[in-house]
Design a binder for this molecule. Structure first.
Ligand SMILES: [Zn+2]
Length: 253
């Protein structure tokens, strides 16, 4: 089913949810956006991005392209339904409770988190860089799901590829903000040089929100260390492409 251009979430798939993380492989964008680029504001031809979206739909069995929003490293959310488009709204959390409506976030080093409550029928895509993590964006997403009928006992979380603690050197401001984002976060910030583990800190936030350990899955691949497989903003700067993390509830068959 899968090919090397797309990493499926095993955990969400086991519960009947479609959830995928793209890599940079398998698209049509030329260098430096080679090749599976989804950054709409890059100097890449929009036609390449449309073709990449069509390929994503064809390879994953989604019925339509995913909903996306303007990501601003905060905690605002939008609910989506129907066929997807690129919204002008600012949101780092996109949710849906409608079958076959897919929602997505774009990342190049930030952590993409896909959430699903398969019982309540709610999915969410979350964009968690250091600013979003410090602001508790995944905690806000869980609250939003619970407010709409989700249950933390049922919610599943898949944490996708992002910059690892091996490469994520941060400043004092980020270190202080991340350390105070959840109890125990300071254990995942190393001094000299200051380096943070975004996955571990978001894992703690999920646990603090009531998500069980068995319902959390990690991809554990560093975007900056793997130029062959991933775009990385830290490594490639403004000419970095973007991966996409997508989640949807398929219609019952
Ligand atoms: Zn690394």
């Amino acid at each position: 089913m899968s090919d090397c251009s797309i990493i499926p979430s095993q955990l969400l798939a086991e519960h009947g949810i479609q959830a995928f993380f793209t890599t940079r492989k398998g698209g049509v964008s030329p260098p430096p956006y080679d090749s599976f680029n989804f950054a709409p504001d890059a100097e890449d031809d929009p036609e390449h991005i449309h073709t990449n979206l069509r390929r994503l739909v064809a390879r994953t069995g989604l019925l339509a392209p995913p909903h996306q929003a303007r990501q601003v490293h905060q905690c605002a959310s939008i609910w989506c339904s129907g066929s997807g488009s690129l919204h002008n709204s600012e949101a780092d959390i996109l949710l849906s409770s409608v079958a076959n409506t897919s929602v997505a976030v774009r990342t190049a080093d930030c952590l993409p988190i896909l959430l699903a409550d398969p019982v309540a029928g709610i999915v969410a895509a979350v964009h968690a860089g250091w600013r979003g993590t410090a602001a508790g964006v995944v905690t806000a997403a869980i609250h939003e799901m619970v407010e709409h009928g989700g249950n933390t006992a049922h919610i599943l979380a898949s944490l996708g590829p992002c910059i690892g603690p091996c490469c994520f050197t941060i400043g004092e401001e980020a270190a202080i903000a991340l350390a105070s984002s959840v109890d125990g976060a300071h254990h995942h910030i190393q001094p000299h040089p200051l380096q943070a583990d975004l996955v571990a800190i978001n894992h703690l936030q999920l646990m603090a929100s009531g998500i069980t350990e068995q319902h959390i899955e990690h991809c554990s691949q560093c975007t900056a260390c793997n130029p062959e497989h991933f775009f990385s903003y830290r490594r490639d700067g403004h000419h970095s492409g973007r991966q996409l993390a997508v989640v949807a509830i398929p219609s019952a068959t």
